[in-house]
Design a binder for this molecule. Structure first.
Ligand SMILES: [Zn+2]
Length: 255
């Protein structure tokens, strides 16, 4: 039985949890989960996660506009995030970033909203939760120019990029992808980057780790990621969980 499982990136508002959301989240505490941050992707999902955060201990939320959800939004809409920042359960601005895979809006618009949300986070003294899909170059350029605190979630870049990101003082988030056999760069990155810069996440309901790949994911599967990282580093999974949950608290300014 593992403890100190901190899920730094979840989506418990997702309809995949509609049938058993309450009982599932309640059960996580008994399975060693000590903290969850569930991310907003637009106003509706941020409200849903805010409501959940008021129903459960050790459950926090992030407020922001995901790069896949920008069609109907402009910089003026960022003021709609304002009320969330008065909530003590709001621990970050996210998830924000660049997604050049889906391209639901232009690169220009994505970059504009990304930078504006980073500046908002800095003004509020909050960390950012960054999504980067097929946009490594622009993501790194913007992070270097704006220097937020926060996490680059679902890290998929090179060792060189990882070094640049941690030089900025940010954390790297790893999820079930780290357990996939075809994820060749991740073990290299994990070997090269100090464990105190790494946090664990599910991105649930997606990206369940092996041996549950393809199934619905939840925070209780995080030990499979810790086992894989422990294997790479030659330490126990519990040690990985202990260090990364401490990192998660530092990332989100939690005691
Ligand atoms: Zn996500």
């Amino acid at each position: 039985m593992y403890t100190n499982i901190f899920d730094t990136h979840a989506h418990y508002d997702d309809e995949a949890f509609d049938d058993d959301r309450e009982s599932l989240i309640l059960s996580l505490k008994d399975r060693g989960v000590v903290g969850i941050v569930s991310c907003g992707c637009d106003i509706a999902s941020t409200v849903a996660n805010q409501n959940l955060s008021h129903s459960f201990d050790d459950f926090y939320f992030a407020a922001g506009f995901h790069p896949e959800n920008l069609e109907d939004f402009s910089v003026e809409d960022l003021e709609k995030l304002e009320p969330f920042f008065a909530d003590e359960k709001c621990v970050a601005v996210g998830e924000i970033g660049l997604d050049y895979h889906w391209m639901n809006s232009t690169k220009e618009k994505q970059r504009e909203l990304f930078v504006a949300q980073i500046e908002l986070a800095k003004a509020k003294g909050l960390p950012v939760i960054v999504h980067d899909r097929e946009a490594h170059g622009d993501t790194l350029d913007i992070l270097k120019a704006t220097k937020p605190s926060g996490v680059l979630h679902c890290f998929s870049g090179s060792v060189e990029m990882a070094r640049e990101v941690i030089k900025l003082g940010m954390f790297l988030g790893f999820n079930g992808v780290a357990t996939f056999k075809n994820a060749r760069k991740i073990p290299e990155v994990i070997k090269e980057i100090p464990l105190d810069r790494i946090v664990l996440e599910t991105d649930c309901p997606y990206l369940a780790p092996e041996p549950h790949r393809g199934k619905r994911n939840d925070s209780s599967f995080i030990p499979f990621i810790a086992q894989r990282i422990g294997e790479i580093l030659g330490i126990s999974a519990q040690e990985v969980l202990d260090v990364t949950s401490k990192n998660a608290r530092a990332l989100y300014n939690l005691k």
